[in-house]
Design a protein around this ligand. Structure first.
Ligand code: F6P
Length: 318
């Protein structure tokens, strides 16, 4: 193996730059050339490749976003798009690829391996933390800290006015962000896609609050479809006027936390070593600080559950 390529894909996540730095440095120190692909799968199809060195990856470890940019490519979902991408990889003499992203990225990477036999390993990069086979994904820790900081501020005004606040956090299909920030911010109720809300019981809980001061965290993937419908339901059924805040993309930006930088650096090193050892078609994860190699297919066919301790803790503290 002489030349590896690296790209970031799907929703950006804080810590992706730390990963780019780690892959480049570990690649170089093992005698490899490292090529960055701009704009995820779209850049792979367009041949938007650039050589990465120490200079290109200096001073990026603390930056949010991704210097390689990212995309959600529809073209790559088709065999024609993947064939065009494979042609570019072969023309550039790429012997192995590191893909950083979520399940969409891994679906595409798996298809590229099956159809074109270009060795490829994945690194979990998504704020949602919803990938099976790794305890945490790159970006999750920063996202929950960003959300917690905002919710702490909302709590100040909620308490000053005796109001009910409903705060929507990200998490397309999973409630990890909602659960962890809900517990960390002392929310009175946390609505997540993994559980069903008993709205009558919630109403009773609001009535029990001193002067009805209540913080409710709603994961965007919850069965109500987010905070707006949740608030409307409380209004229609119980005439409760709740203030709604949707935190949105603020959760995806900002300088990565130390935890995300260290996780990204660890996974980046392991990804390069995995390619050198001949591994392919796997995600590089980490469980209890040990590196794991999880077949791409398992990352989406197996479900990562919100552990019971989280649900119990949230419920018993509310
Ligand atoms: O997957 C990360 C994520 O931020 C989800 O939480 C959210 O549902 C989605 O991306 C939003 O994607 P986009 O920025 O493409 O609208």
């Amino acid at each position: 193996m002489k030349r590896i390529a690296l790209f970031t894909s799907g929703g950006d996540a804080p810590g992706m730059n730390a990963l780019i730095r780690a892959v480049t440095r570990i690649g170089l120190s093992n005698g490899l050339e490292v090529i960055g692909i701009y704009g995820g799968f779209s850049g792979m199809i367009d041949g938007n490749f650039v050589k990465l060195g120490r200079k290109e990856t200096a001073n990026i470890i603390s930056l949010g976003g991704t210097i390689l940019l990212t995309s959600r490519s529809k073209e790559f979902m088709h065999a024609g798009g993947r064939a065009a991408a494979a042609k570019n990889l072969k023309e550039w003499g790429i012997d192995g690829v590191v893909a950083c992203g979520g399940d969409g990225t891994f679906h595409g990477s798996h298809a590229l391996w099956l159809e074109h036999k270009i060795p490829i390993v994945g690194v979990p990069g998504t704020i949602d933390n919803d990938l099976y086979g790794t305890e945490y994904t790159i970006g999750f820790d920063t996202a929950i800290n960003t959300a917690a900081e905002a919710i702490d501020k909302i709590r100040d005004t909620a308490y000053s006015h005796n109001r009910v606040f409903i705060i929507e956090v990200m998490g397309r299909d999973a409630g990890f962000i909602a659960m962890d920030v809900g517990i960390a911010c002392g929310a009175e109720y946390i609505a997540v896609p993994e559980t069903v809300t008993d709205i009558d019981q919630l109403y009773q809980r609001i009535l029990q609050q001193q002067k009805r001061r209540t913080i409710i965290i709603v994961g965007e993937g919850d069965e109500y479809g987010g905070a707006v419908v949740f608030a409307q339901t409380l209004k229609d059924k119980f005439e409760i006027d709740a203030k709604v805040t949707i935190l949105g993309h603020i959760q995806r930006g900002g300088s990565p936390t130390v935890r995300d930088r260290v996780l990204a650096s660890h996974l980046g090193k392991a990804a390069v070593m995995a390619l050198l050892e001949g591994k392919t078609d796997v995600m590089i994860g980490r469980v209890h600080h040990e590196i794991t190699y999880v077949p791409f297919e398992e990352t989406w066919s197996k479900k990562k559950y919100l552990q019971d301790w989280r649900l119990d803790l949230a419920d018993s503290l509310a």
